[in-house]
Design a protein around this ligand. Sequence first.
Ligand code: ATP
Length: 755
Amino acid sequence: MMTLKSIELSSFKSFGKKSLISLTSPVTCVVGPNGSGKSNIVEAFRFVLGEQSMKSLRGKGGIDLIFKGSKGLASANRAQVAIIFDNSQKIFSFTNSGIGVSLDYDEVTIGREVYADGANKYSINGTEVRLKDVVDLLASVNVGSSGHHIISQGEADRVLNSSNKDRRIMIEDALGLKVYQYRIQESLRKLDKTLLNMKEVQALRREIAPHLLFLKKQVQVVEKAVSMKEDLRGLYKTYFSTENTYLENQTKIITHKKRILDEAVLSLEDRINKLKEFSVKGDDNSNNQYDSRIKEHEHKLSEVRAGRDELTRALGRIEGVIESIEREMRKVSDVKEVMIPESKWREIVDGLKQKIHDALHLEDLPEVVKILHSIREHLESIGSSLHHESSGRDFDKELEEIRSERDIILNKLENIKINESSILRDIAMIRKEEADAQVALRDSQRLLYELMREQNEAVSGQKSLIFEEEKLSLIKSNFEKELAEGAVIIGREVLSYAHERVEGEINRSSQEEILRKIERIKIKLEDNGGINSSEVMREYDETVARDSFLAKEIDDLGKSVEHCRLLIQELKETLDTEFKVGVEKINKQFQEFFSTMFGGGSAFLSVVMDHKKSRKISKEEMEEAEVEEDEQNELGFERGIEINITLPQKKVKDLHMLSGGERSLTSIALLFAISQVNPPPFLVLDETDAALDEANSRKYGNMLESLSKYSQLIVVTHNRETMSRAQVLYGVTMDASGASKLLSIALVDATTYAK
Ligand code: ATP
């Protein structure tokens, strides 16, 4: 069980020269006169093991630990102590393996240097490390940081003087339970940190919550807009395809109508022009042509009628002649008949025949009248001749002649009658012709008016077509405007709707209804304008992701908190159990050592809950205090250790009433009991035996011996009994130069030899 090998001091306090104390035996005694530097060796132990309290090192600062120099030796700029442990059993280890120091050696050397400015350097096997690493390494061999295994001069009864709480701490350390305290502390720190973290994360989450809500609403708006756009797209599809079909149909219809109207106007114009020409001509004709023709005929008629009158008159004369002849005849019926020679008669008849013949072949009425006059003269000449010969007149012959004359005239009259009626027929015909022409003219004028009306109609039809075209082009421009807008709102695919066609009849009013719906949606979309949907969606997604990340974080932290609490709970339970078990064990030893020392009596430790004293905590106690916090329960109690003793044959129970020796014995008994339950590798005792009488010194010596089976003992003493228990003595002297000197004396234990 030997782990300690040596300790080496250089320029530490009074050890101006490098001094090595070899610690190879169970009990090593350090002896020497007062002030020679023995306690400086004990302090070297404390120092090299990481003591931070300058007070425990009896100094004010680093400079006090450095050899101040003497007559023969120069002062140094740093003090150095190294402690060398045996590690052939590889008992040393780090809980933290990451410091890069190999422990794979048979020796472990821990070194500490201090400089005048107070700076410290720690090393393990020559590698510079942190104090923490030294503490960590020592913990692995049950060397705690409370220093309970190093009892300085005058501190023999320290354990009796300290508070219940400090005792508990010391015992926990001695039992090797400090590691649980550290872990608890660490877990508490982690818990605090986690809780703080959680609070921060919760705050962060709370912070983004309103924004998230806002974004959610925005997203709803965006989604609404998307669905509205979908509606709009549907409406556009119907509207544009219908409108396109309507426009195409209307354009076709109008073009067709226009062509028909244009053609109609042209042909009407042509016909009207022709009719106009015709009616002008008709007007001229009616005035001139028919009138002159009728006049001509009427002239002819009057001529014919004049001829007729002449003939009628001639006829009347002839008939008068005939009557007179017949009267004459009747008068001269008794009168002898006038005889006309045949040759003469023949001559007269032939002459008349010729003349009538001539007249019959004449067209000209005056000529005929002329002939008729000559005929009359001729006949008168005959008459006179006959009258002349009246005595010898031939009435029959005269009558016959005149009658034939009358027949000729009658014949002529007959012809004239035919002629007259022919002329009248002609006139009637012309009149009918004229009437017909007038009817035709009226008809054509009526037609003209009809055509002109039609033309007017056609022209107004053209005008209304232009109007319709304008209307259509307005519809088209609105359509195109709407289309462009639609393409902006919905996208370019809308443009394709404008090339689609629909079947069936197109209802304009339902188109207008659709357009109204479109307008309404556009207004709503415009109200939602300003929102950049992709930006909102992106931000929403990001915020949701962030929120769920934070939620997950909170959840994880919550789990971590739970885990921490559980761990702390477990650690506390373990600590509690081990502490109770440890105290039980200590009590057994304590009772034993105590009754050995005092020859009876009783001694035991009890776990008590003291009211926590509110007191100011010094800086050095801060670390400890932090650990302690957990030891207070909610009611402000803290756990402590109370020492209960009863001396044999004495009623004294109060520790304060013990004598100096009794105090020493009690504390030694307790210290040894603790050390035996959980032995440290070594114990350093500086004049713990100072107050003991001879008998007790012996008992003390016995206990040292039994203790040295578990721990190496380095004992500073003036007590010969104690010295007799050592295998090695180190004598310390201080020469005239003021530096400590070491002298080793090996002793042979007489009892060992006796065996
Ligand atoms: P005692 O038996 O009376 O307890 P001791 O042997 O334990 O005495 P120490 O207390 O170890 O003696 O040594 C004290 C001596 O060490 C003093 O003489 C003191 O001057 C000397 N000393 C302390 N610090 C230094 C230092 N930095 N440099 C030189 N000497 C020092």
